[in-house]
Design a protein around this ligand. Structure first.
Ligand SMILES: Nc1ncnc2c1ncn2[C@@H]1O[C@H](COP(=O)(O)OP(=O)(O)OP(=O)(O)O)[C@@H](O)[C@H]1O
Ligand SMILES: [Mg+2]
Length: 447
């Protein structure tokens, strides 16, 4: 019964007996009931009162039976109050008109003579729904305000979000940005780790200084060291003198992406430069100094890697002075709509059924998958309003496991069982084909 309390219901019907019946029934359950005998009277009440629900008749003169007046009134109410739920009171003989109006946005219809219990249920459900919507709306505008305040104080690098989780995270990132300590960003593929790293740099005291990025997953071990620390001419066959990223980023920020892929040797060198600021170029004995703020990112579970002896605990504690953990997109569904609209090409919009489908999708590839989905839809849709049918939503596979956690024998056995068919072995291991190839390369395995 709670939902009828504090609710104002406007009943518009020319028949006094009907008005009284509603008044008595709804008042018993705590509603405030306003009544109007004509469409004009009803509309003027709507203009002067805050109404939570309208119950309206379809005919307002004894001789009228077409329902035309009701249709006109319905549209007038919709124009005046686009959000208010409207229940139509209709004769059995005019259900078709009522059904048409429900399609046009009426909340429901009730055939006269009505059943009190069913009417009450309908009223209650509609008021609950309206309250829930009003609450969600208030929460959204509260969050929007909080986001705008933050955007006024900090450079948010164009990040898009609406969820509470992301607001907290982005807010933390901006507030720790000026501290000269390493930051570790964790989260699944495509969740926005790099965007968050950009925010940390953009709001740091070194934002005017170099900001360099190295993807540790994209390079073989030997090259990673050369990339990070540089080489002396002749360090290895054909090597030319080259500045490493730690040198080039001196005074600024270095973003180390896919940290989980760093070899043991690389980890040792990284630890040293973090502790002392010292390093040598490959093939050189000259110790150099650098002062760099490191932001590292990984999608692998470093705590697990430490337990398995694949990642140095001392390096982990050095790097994760501050840890920013980005949740998977599926765990912050409030962001989906805003992100989807953000990725649309100019002039495109999303139909409601498309938004619904996007909201339900599990997004194993997170924001990047969403971005690709929307781009493809804009390219392929012949209509500027993208419908659900224009979206290609690939059914969820098993969420990708962490490939770096797999040891040689596990991978070998899976490949054997799959008779060397990588795609099949990958499926069995719950990995993408690319991830398995990466792992095989690291372990020196061939298909
Ligand atoms: N909140 C966001 N607002 C706007 N764009 C975003 C957001 N999150 C991610 N993106 C976009 O989605 C793509 C993937 O994000 P990003 O590269 O930061 O993810 P990642 O976590 O680093 O992924 P990976 O683990 O694959 O490296 C990028 O194009 C990025 O610009
Ligand atoms: Mg990345």
């Amino acid at each position: 019964m709670t939902s009828l309390r504090n609710a104002t219901v406007l009943v518009i019907d020319d028949n006094e007996a009907v008005r009284t019946a509603f008044d008595v029934l709804l008042s018993i359950y705590g509603a405030r009931v306003l009544t109007a005998a004509s469409p004009a009277d009803g509309l003027s009440r709507l203009g002067s009162e805050v109404v939570d629900l309208v119950i309206q008749d379809m005919n307002f003169r004894r001789e009228a039976t077409s329902g035309e007046e009701g249709v006109t009134l319905f549209h007038a109410i919709r124009t005046k109050c686009p959000e208010v739920p409207i229940i139509l009171l209709t004769a059995w003989t005019h259900l078709e008109t009522a059904v048409e109006l429900v399609k046009a946005g009426a909340a429901d219809y009730i055939a006269k003579p009505w059943d009190d219990a069913r009417l009450l249920t309908t009223v209650r459900n509609l008021l609950d729904l309206r309250n829930a919507r009003a609450e969600a709306h208030a929460l959204r505008s509260q969050r929007r305000e909080a986001r705008e305040t933050l955007a006024g104080q900090f450079d948010l690098c164009g990040i898009v979000y609406e969820s509470e989780a992301m607001h907290t995270l982005v807010s933390t990132a901006t507030h720790i940005a000026h501290a000269d300590v390493p930051v570790l960003i964790t989260g699944p593929n495509g969740a926005g780790k790099e965007v968050l790293a950009d925010i940390v740099h953009a709001n740091s005291s070194v934002r005017k200084k170099p900001y360099l990025k190295v993807n540790l997953g994209a390079l073989p071990d030997e090259l990673i060291e050369a990339e990070l620390f540089g080489t002396e001419a002749g360090a290895f066959t054909g090597a030319r003198a080259r500045t490493g990223r730690f040198e080039a980023a001196d005074g600024g920020t270095l973003f180390l992406d896919e940290l989980g892929n760093l070899s043991g040797r690389g980890q040792a060198k990284l630890l040293r430069v973090l502790q002392t600021g010292e390093f040598e170029r490959l093939g050189s004995n000259t110790t150099r100094r650098t002062r760099v703020r490191v932001i590292a990112a990984t999608n692998s579970n470093l705590r697990l890697a430490i337990r398995q002896g694949r990642f140095r605990e001392d390096l982990f504690y050095r790097l994760n002075v501050i840890e920013l953990e980005i949740p998977a997109l599926a765990e912050r569904r409030d962001d989906i709509g805003a992100l989807a609209r953000h990725f649309l090409d100019p002039g495109f919009t999303l139909a409601q059924d498309a938004l619904d489908a996007l909201s339900r999708h599990p997004w194993p590839g997170n924001v990047r998958e969403l971005q690709n989905t929307i781009r493809r839809a804009c390219l392929l849709s012949s209509n500027k309003v993208i419908a659900a049918s224009a979206l290609v939503l690939v059914a969820a596979q098993t969420p990708a496991a962490d490939e770096t956690a797999l040891d040689r024998s596990t991978v070998e056995q899976a490949l054997e069982r799959a008779e060397g068919v990588v795609a099949q072995a990958a499926r069995e291991l719950g990995l993408s084909r690319q991830a398995l190839y990466r792992r095989m390369e690291k372990l020196g395995l061939k298909a």
